[in-house]
Design a protein around this ligand. Structure first.
Ligand SMILES: NC(=O)c1ccc[n+]([C@@H]2O[C@H](COP(=O)([O-])OP(=O)(O)OC[C@H]3O[C@@H](n4cnc5c(N)ncnc54)[C@H](O)[C@@H]3O)[C@@H](O)[C@H]2O)c1
Length: 432
């Protein structure tokens, strides 16, 4: 059975609220004092942050090892015993648990590493910042645009540090490309091509008994409860709309983030989106597009295309095309229409971007300095919003007009309904 959330914090607030009511002190005042108490949980220069890792799957094994270099791994959590056992091998001194809410009660845990599937990111991240923890959360940061606004508000209110796991920002090739584009090295930027891997086009898939040791109800969380299908669960959850957005959010969260970094649009977004799924879904199969092409237009006229690589076998990476040349950047290389575009130094007056060469290090540096990390919540939210917008345009099968300031579709009730999704109780904001 799932225990109630934050029992001790809730009880504390209820008790103090009763006492304060009798003294004539308003509830909000008490809540603010409690929030401040949690936020003064600062680390001294020689203190090691206590870390907890939630979601002991593939990606988490990489980043939890990385995080453990900067502190002490004290708890690990997974809803599947088999993955928890793998996590324990990585971090034998950490206490295992199957419900992340137990972690949030502990005052000796300062940092959460969240590598759960996408549909769990936001609720865990908000609950963590509300409990006074700093968070390194995997991308794509959210399942919906509305979740992103909730998350940014919670991070701002609690003054917590949240790093989005968009580690390409801490790769010098990507920063180099973005600085060159920002400083006009390829002339006037016209078009950006974000080419990402093609997704699997498979199914139908059959149901199966829930494996022993997997809490399938908790794994599904806010999403509609259905019978267990192995392909819906570990790793391949990302190809189901219920839990993610397919390759569009999986890889798009990386490359569209770079596109917005290079253009300085990382706190805003496109104004028009025209997305097309290029193959029909297989009934009973994966529910996200495997092949697709989405055209975005920004207010300054710059166009961004995000597409899968199958039609033209284009390499995985981002190409910036300007009036004076092009630059291509990927995790393997950076190249340009003319190599001089890359080698000529930028002038002293050039715009410089946030400099980080190690994404996890940057996060822990910010945990100590309380400065914003390189991919803070607002940026992570805006980057994945670009992907969500593309997915929604594909699903609705038409062009959409977007107001990035108010984060609403323009005069489009049908599309605006998709900004949020119904959350299956009890896995909604009440648990944060
Ligand atoms: N930054 C990158 O380059 C990168 C690379 C790969 C994956 N990722 C991201 O990492 C996340 C995880 O991906 P993955 O491939 O490791 O998936 P995975 O399925 O291997 O791992 C997810 C784990 O979370 C567990 N889990 C699910 N719900 C949970 C809950 N409520 N509490 C605790 N544990 C829970 C699952 O049981 C599983 O062990 C995804 O959001 C993915 O997009 C990022």
């Amino acid at each position: 059975m799932t225990p109630h959330f934050h029992i001790s914090r809730r009880r504390f607030l209820k008790t103090t609220a009763l006492v304060s009511a009798s003294l004539g002190i308003p509830k909000w005042f008490v809540e603010e004092a409690e929030a401040a108490r949690r936020h003064t949980n600062k680390l001294g220069p020689n203190d090691k942050p206590g870390i907890a890792w939630i979601g002991c799957g593939n990606r988490g094994r990489v980043i939890s090892k990385d995080a453990a270099k900067h502190g002490e791994m004290r708890m690990i959590c997974d809803v599947d015993d088999a993955h928890l056992a793998i996590g324990q091998k990585e971090h034998p001194n950490a206490k295992p648990c199957k419900d992340f809410r137990q972690i949030l009660e502990r005052d000796d845990i300062h940092v959460i590493v969240n590598s759960t599937p996408d549909h769990w990111h936001t609720l865990i991240n908000i609950a963590a910042v509300n409990a006074g923890k700093d968070v390194y959360s995997e991308k794509p940061l959210t399942l919906t645009i509305d979740e992103g606004r909730h998350l940014v508000r919670a991070v701002d209110k609690t003054k917590r540090i949240l790093q989005t796991g968009s580690q390409q920002r801490s790769d010098k090739r990507f920063r180099h490309a973005c600085e060159l584009v920002r400083n006009g090295r390829i002339g006037k930027l016209k078009h950006i091509m974000a080419s990402i891997p093609t997704g699997p086009h498979q199914g139908p898939f059959a149901t199966a008994p829930v494996p022993a040791g997997l809490d399938w109800n908790m794994w599904q969380g806010q999403t509609p409860a259905i019978d267990y299908v192995p392909e819906r669960c570990h790793h391949s959850f990302r190809y189901w709309f219920e839990y993610s957005g397919g390759m569009m959010t999986d890889w798009g969260a990386h490359h569209n983030d770079i596109a917005q970094w290079a253009t300085g649009s990382e706190r805003t977004g496109p104004v028009e989106i025209d997305g097309k799924s290029l193959v029909a879904m297989i009934p009973g199969g994966y529910t996200t597009a495997s092949q697709f092409r989405v055209e975005y237009t920004y207010a300054n006229g710059v166009k961004l295309t995000c597409k899968d690589s199958a039609p033209d076998n284009s390499p995985n990476g981002v190409t910036f095309e300007g009036t004076d040349g092009w630059i291509f950047v990927s995790r393997k290389e950076i190249k340009a229409s003319n190599p001089d575009l890359l080698t000529q130094p930028l002038p002293a007056s050039a715009v410089r971007l946030y400099h980080s060469e190690n994404h996890m290090q940057n996060f822990f540096d910010c945990v100590r300095s309380r400065k914003a990390p390189i991919c803070e919540a607002e940026i992570g939210h805006r980057s994945v919003s670009v992907c969500h917008l593309g997915v929604l345009s594909m699903r609705l099968g038409r062009k959409l007009k977007w107001d990035p300031k108010n984060e609403k579709f323009v005069d489009d009730k049908e599309a605006n309904k998709w900004l949020a999704r119904e959350m299956r109780k009890p896995f909604d904001y009440s648990i944060t």
